[in-house]
Design a protein around this ligand. Structure first.
Ligand code: URA
Length: 208
């Protein structure tokens, strides 16, 4: 498939996902938040689910976690415009806490039975060379539920999904760290993991 037809197919997929009602999450969400980026992107980043700001804007990773991700990508020498960014779950799952819409973790069923079809189709169309799972939900969806970020992060893995697949922490984990020193160290490790994107795009890395 050439780039133009891949982009057309991706636009059709996005359109189809807008009316997805495969699970009840769509009922409380403002809209489907589909992936964003070019069909010929060499790397795909997969998060968990859209947050409050993503739900309102309709774009992935535009809130606080997205801004942190952007900073980390720049520090790792990667432009956001050269990667495709998406989520394992395409609707914001939340509950009221006072006046705030608080993120609620998606269930296994919502991730794998309902939303996985969209993610698999995005991967199939884009065929990225590198896939990065941001956090445990994305890693569980693509690498299996036995995958542990704590012990396996930052390691390139053999996979049928793409030549290079690895997982790292979710940027919102860094936002939750209470202490500035911890946050700075965690940011540096996150950037170190994201540098694998550049190596994977250049085909310079070896799966372990
Ligand atoms: N967290 C995610 O996992 N994805 C987003 O798009 C925003 C926050």
């Amino acid at each position: 498939m050439n780039d133009r037809s891949a982009n057309t197919a991706l636009a059709q997929l996005r359109k189809a996902a807008l009316s997805c009602t495969a699970c009840p999450l769509w009922e409380n969400a403002t809209q489907t938040v589909f992936g964003e980026g070019d069909a010929d992107a060499k790397a795909m980043l997969v998060g968990e689910q859209p947050g409050d700001q993503e739900d309102v804007s309709g774009r992935p990773f535009v809130g606080p976690a997205g801004r942190l991700l952007d900073r980390a990508l720049v520090a790792a020498g990667v432009e956001r415009s050269e990667v495709y960014v998406t989520n394992a779950v395409k609707h914001f799952k939340w509950e009221w806490q006072g006046k705030r819409r608080l993120h609620k973790k998606p269930t296994q069923r919502e991730v794998s039975i309902c939303c996985q079809q969209w993610l698999e189709r995005e991967i199939h169309l884009i065929q990225p060379r590198v896939i990065v799972c941001l956090g445990a939900t994305a890693a569980g969806a693509l690498l299996g539920r036995g995958f542990r970020i704590t012990t396996q992060r930052g390691r390139l893995l053999e996979s049928t999904l793409a030549k290079y697949v690895f997982a790292t922490v979710h940027p919102s984990y860094l936002l939750r760290l209470p202490d500035e020193t911890q946050r700075a160290a965690a940011f540096a490790s996150f950037v170190e993991d994201l540098r694998l994107i550049r190596r994977g795009i250049a085909d310079e890395a070896a799966p372990v």
